[in-house]
Design a protein around this ligand. Structure first.
Ligand SMILES: NC(=O)c1ccc[n+]([C@@H]2O[C@H](COP(=O)([O-])OP(=O)(O)OC[C@H]3O[C@@H](n4cnc5c(N)ncnc54)[C@H](OP(=O)(O)O)[C@@H]3O)[C@@H](O)[C@H]2O)c1
Length: 322
């Protein structure tokens, strides 16, 4: 089959269109003919092998699975032993840790849900990791309640564009922080207030927020805490950081500091959960959440998709169609 493939860690140029062996579904897995796969910053970290911490999981010298990508949507074409809930022909979306930027991917059945009627495969592929991160941050970590004030930085990005919509679905009053060119876009997602970070520093304003989901971490913790209510929750969520440990240093600092303040400082790591994929399928089906698609690339230009995401200015999601 055709796939994007990398033989070593490095910049996007290490990812090349290649002919590789068709995977076989193992026990509990299905084979999915990929219709579309989306790319997010974590895929970029895995491709480069930086922060080096990722190599503990993905292979020390070279990526264990040469096919990049995690999120996908497509059609089940074969099922492995023990698969009971899915059948060939089912249209599904979800995530795989063995590569999705390819014509086919093997995926554990528990990582998949049916694509809701009237939702395209391209839109469904944009959802899993970014929307699950937004959902888990707002629902499980911040426990957002109706009427609370929620501020989202990086509101125009993959996680942020879902977070704005999910916080609105939870009944919050949402402030979105973005650059001038994205003001209209985040308003269309339902943001009640928009702060243009190129002209205004929200940490210097009087307003205090019950919840801040910080997807950018452009400002130090002390500045973010100024904008947080006395018992509010701050979720530092940027994956960027040092070459060796990525965001771990900042995460440790926030955890230590949280012992000395009534403010809740809650860095977290999202994880794939089928129940959350089903919750997102409901939000898609009811139209409460609609993915924003920034750019669509063909499979043989997957390296360009990764390059665009790595530049850090994505508007919504970047999708590769197969
Ligand atoms: N905790 C977890 O488990 C987890 C899971 C997934 C992702 N993440 C992390 O979450 C972060 C966000 O991911 P993403 O997929 O949303 O990234 P993304 O798609 O690259 O979006 C980043 C967005 O931030 C905007 N931006 C840049 N500087 C900004 C600033 N100072 N203030 C406000 N917005 C700014 C960018 O647009 P402009 O440059 O045009 O303004 C862009 O739209 C990443 O660092 C990722 O690693 C963490």
């Amino acid at each position: 089959m055709q796939a994007a493939f990398q033989r070593r860690y490095g910049p996007p140029s290490v990812v090349e269109p290649s002919e590789v062996e068709l995977p076989l579904p193992r026990k509990g897995e299905v084979l999915v003919r990929v219709g579309a796969a989306s790319v997010h910053p974590g895929d970029y970290f895995v491709m480069t092998g930086v922060p080096y911490l990722v190599r503990l999981v993905y292979g020390f010298r070279r990526p264990r699975h040469g096919i990049p990508g995690r999120d996908l949507a497509g059609v089940v074409t074969a099922i492995g032993a023990g698969v009971s809930a899915l059948r060939p022909g089912d249209e599904v979306f979800g995530w795989s840790t063995t590569g999705t930027l390819a014509q086919y991917a093997r995926v554990p059945e528990r990582n998949l849900a049916l694509v809701p009627a009237d939702v395209s495969v391209t839109a469904a592929a944009a959802v899993p990791t970014s929307a699950m991160t937004a959902l888990q941050a707002l629902r499980d970590i911040a426990e957002v309640r109706p009427g609370q004030s929620v501020l989202v930085t990086g509101a125009s990005g993959g996680v942020g564009s879902f977070a704005v919509q999910i916080a609105k679905a939870f009944g919050a009053e949402v402030t979105a922080v973005c650059s001038t060119r994205n003001i209209g876009m985040v308003r269309s997602l339902g943001a009640d207030h928009v702060v243009d970070y190129t002209t205004t520093d929200f940490t210097r304003a009087d307003k205090r927020y019950d919840v801040i989901l910080d997807n950018v971490e452009a400002q130090p913790l002390a500045a973010m805490r100024r904008a947080l209510a006395p018992t509010g929750t701050l979720i530092p969520n940027s994956g960027r950081g040092s070459r060796w440990l990525g965001p771990l240093g900042r995460i440790a600092k926030a955890r230590i500091l949280s012992g000395f303040t009534r403010q809740r400082l809650k860095p977290f790591t999202s994880f794939g959960k089928r129940a959350d994929l089903l919750a997102l399928a409901d939000l898609l089906a009811t139209g409460m959440v609609t993915p924003v698609i920034d750019r669509i690339y063909p499979l043989d230009e997957a390296a360009d998709a990764l390059r665009h995401v790595g530049a850090g200015h994505t508007r919504g999601k970047v999708v590769v169609t197969v």
